[in-house]
Design a protein around this ligand. Structure first.
Ligand code: ZN
Length: 203
């Protein structure tokens, strides 16, 4: 399986990163070794001094597809959760300065913890769900999928022009504003519509 991540899909986050609001989706990938599930801990990597959380809605691809039309896109995912796109912000800044790819800042081991999947059908409208991250019991980031620049279906259409989507692949749909640093000892909890789906401790 592969993990596809969308960059800059909320304009307030693009602004906080001093990046332009994109006219087309931006995507990048993480390998399977980035995945953390079932509440397993995240081990703070030695190569970074500034690991940031990016709280994101994550879709699980439910059937193989390429060149998927937007009107059919909804039938290619049926489960959703909340996850973290951990980013070594210090390394990412170096990559950006040098015009290099972001992999070392984004694709490292454990950089993609996700919560338990729930069925998409549970929500009346996937493009209007609230999600948030609490650290040590305090809410640090919140968003609503209605503020996405590109909807989930648009993202599926776009990404599948370039990359065949396969059952079990994950799509991280971008972070709202409010990203920040984590520290060893932090306890992260992610919620959709007030229901906790995600837990991860920083070790
Ligand atoms: Zn992200």
């Amino acid at each position: 399986m592969k993990i596809i991540c969308i960059g800059r899909n909320y304009s307030e986050h693009a602004k906080e990163m001093k990046a332009e609001t994109p006219s087309e989706p931006v995507f990048f990938m993480k390998p399977e070794t980035a995945l953390i599930k079932n509440g397993a801990p995240f081990y703070y990597p030695q190569f970074s001094k500034e690991v940031h959380y990016e709280t994101e809605i994550v879709l699980r691809i439910s059937k193989n597809g390429k060149n998927i039309e937007k009107k059919f896109a909804h039938s290619y995912y049926n489960e959703v959760t909340v996850g973290i796109d951990f980013t070594a912000r210090d390394l990412q800044a170096q990559c950006k300065t040098k015009g290099l790819p972001w992999e070392m800042a984004k694709a490292f081991d454990g950089s993609a913890p996700i919560g338990g999947m729930v069925t998409v059908a549970r929500y009346k409208n996937l493009q209007n769900i609230e999600f948030r991250l609490d650290i040590n019991g305090k809410t640090v980031q919140q968003g609503n999928t209605k503020d996405m620049i590109f909807t989930c279906d648009t993202l599926i259409e776009y990404v599948s022009k370039f990359v065949t989507l396969k059952t079990g692949d994950l799509l991280f749909t971008g972070t709202p504003a409010g990203v920040g640093a984590v520290s060893i000892g932090d306890k992260l909890e992610g919620y959709i519509e007030g229901v906790k789906l995600f837990e991860c401790e920083i070790k």
